[in-house]
Design a protein around this ligand. Structure first.
Ligand code: AMP
Length: 443
């Protein structure tokens, strides 16, 4: 379907049928989508659009396509991500940016004909583009995993052991799952890891399997990946001892990474600042949202288009880029990009909720989404009520695992919500009186 849409001169927007209907509707209307290509079983859900059923395509009878008039700036695909203002935002990527990425990433990570890559990422995330298109562009082979395999560490381990797979791209969460399942021997194998910060102990564990390891960094807004860092296998011990960082690496072809201050001036080596990206990979913008676009994509004094990632980083004396964290509230949870603001806005729309704040909390080895809520007077909704309210509009990975009822939120000296204190104070309560929290406030 994807190849057909591109061949016909269209741009594709991946739709996960598991998403709430309201979210799919919002994505379709924002992107002004005209036609849906999909399996027969979902056809009825999308009445208003032209629906092409994959099962009924008679490929043989299709006429050869006429040449389509496309320019480098024509849109190739749109990927939606969580939006801090409450609605998902669609990142619009041009053929020029996609072509630049595919031409640059292969040589950068040494991906050539003969490679066998196992694709495990849902098409809703842009890193799936590397998995599908890079092998096809290089004369390599893509093996497409089914949904069940992706969630099953043991199944994935067995698959890797039985099939001649040479490359796998995954988030740190999936690599952890694979190692926990006992994946331990990986000669002539390349692990591509990205999507969130790669912890040093995980990097050490991966290189100890004998695998080559790349840390890949980049936001959807700059086309899949922006930079790549080859983790030196000889340094596993230093990584394990946390004496070394996993750096973000060198920018891909025709891409620039800059650490700037508030006036968009470059910061000196060693100083942490905002990470900006320039180059061919930058998105056209957010579809149907010019204000959001102009808030993130600026033009610098030299006329160069630059994108503010929201990441904080610094250059080291050895010329490496070191990642520190975010300057905003964006969260990465098991590889999923989440804006707490989007969940909070939908919670505030519930008639029983006065205010809401969503944070991430560590539970042992696990990270969970916690929604702290203040009820309106005489209201006391249950957790399942709040969850079903959110389920109407948000994907499952954005549903908080816990709800905590509070009388008021901690505030900073300037009167703003103090998220750090919010987590700290709950932590104490949760740790000390798990039982009573479960009964009283932990809905
Ligand atoms: P997404 O648009 O879903 O790809 O998310 C992009 C964001 O994920 C980046 O702005 C970073 O905050 C984070 N990210 C992606 N890859 C890495 C990485 N290798 N190291 C640290 N953070 C990463």
């Amino acid at each position: 379907g994807m190849l057909g849409i591109l061949k016909a001169g269209g741009a594709y927007l991946p739709l996960d049928p598991g998403l709430p209907k309201a979210r799919i509707e919002a994505m379709l209307s924002l992107s002004r989508c005209s036609t849906i290509v999909g399996h027969e079983r979902w056809g009825e859900d999308f009445g208003v659009h032209r629906y092409i059923t994959l099962e009924h395509l008679d490929v043989v009878s299709l006429e050869p396509y006429p040449a389509v008039a496309l320019s480098a700036s024509s849109c190739a695909y749109v990927i939606f991500t969580s939006g801090s203002t409450g609605a998902p935002k669609g990142v619009e990527i041009s053929h020029a940016a996609l072509g630049n990425f595919l031409a640059g990433v292969g040589p950068a990570i040494g991906f050539t004909a003969g490679a066998n890559l196992l694709a495990i990422t849902t098409l809703s995330f842009d890193i799936s583009l590397l998995e599908i298109f890079l092998p096809l562009c290089c004369g390599a082979c893509v093996y497409i995993a089914d949904e069940a395999l992706v969630l099953d560490g043991f199944g994935l381990k067995n698959y890797l052991e039985q099939q001649p797979i040479t490359h796998l791209q995954a988030t740190p969460t999936t690599w952890k799952m694979l190692l926990a399942a006992g994946w331990s021997r990986a000669q002539d194998f390349t692990a591509l890891c990205g999507g969130e910060s790669l912890p040093t102990d995980l990097a050490a564990a991966i290189v100890k399997t004998g695998s080559k390891l790349w840390n890949l960094y980049g936001p959807t807004e700059a086309t899949v990946w922006t930079s790549a860092y080859l983790v030196n296998t000889g340094l596993a011990q230093l990584l394990e001892d946390k004496q070394l960082s996993v750096y973000l690496g060198q920018p891909l072809a025709n891409t620039e990474l800059m650490v700037l201050d508030d006036r968009l001036e470059p910061l000196p080596i060693g100083a942490f600042g905002d990470l900006w990206i320039a180059g061919e990979g930058l998105a056209l913008g957010y579809i149907g949202a010019p204000e959001l676009t102009s808030g993130r994509f600026l033009t610098d004094a030299s006329g160069k288009r630059i994108y503010k990632t929201g990441d904080v980083a610094r250059w080291t004396h050895s010329g490496q880029l070191e990642y520190q964290g975010r300057s905003d509230l964006q969260i990465k949870l098991r590889g999923f990009r989440i804006e707490p603001g989007e969940i909070e806005m939908h919670l505030r729309l519930h008639p029983a909720i006065d205010d809401a704040a969503v944070v991430v909390r560590e539970y042992g080895n696990d990270q969970r989404l916690i929604a702290c809520v203040i009820y309106r007077e005489n209201e006391e909704p249950t957790a399942s009520e709040l969850r079903s309210h959110l389920r109407e509009v948000l994907p499952d990975y954005m549903l908080p695992q816990h709800f905590i009822a509070m009388h008021q939120f901690p505030v900073t000296a300037s009167g703003k919500l103090d998220r750090k204190k919010l987590s700290a104070s709950e932590e104490q309560t949760l740790a000390s009186t798990q039982q009573s929290i479960d009964r009283q406030t932990h809905l």
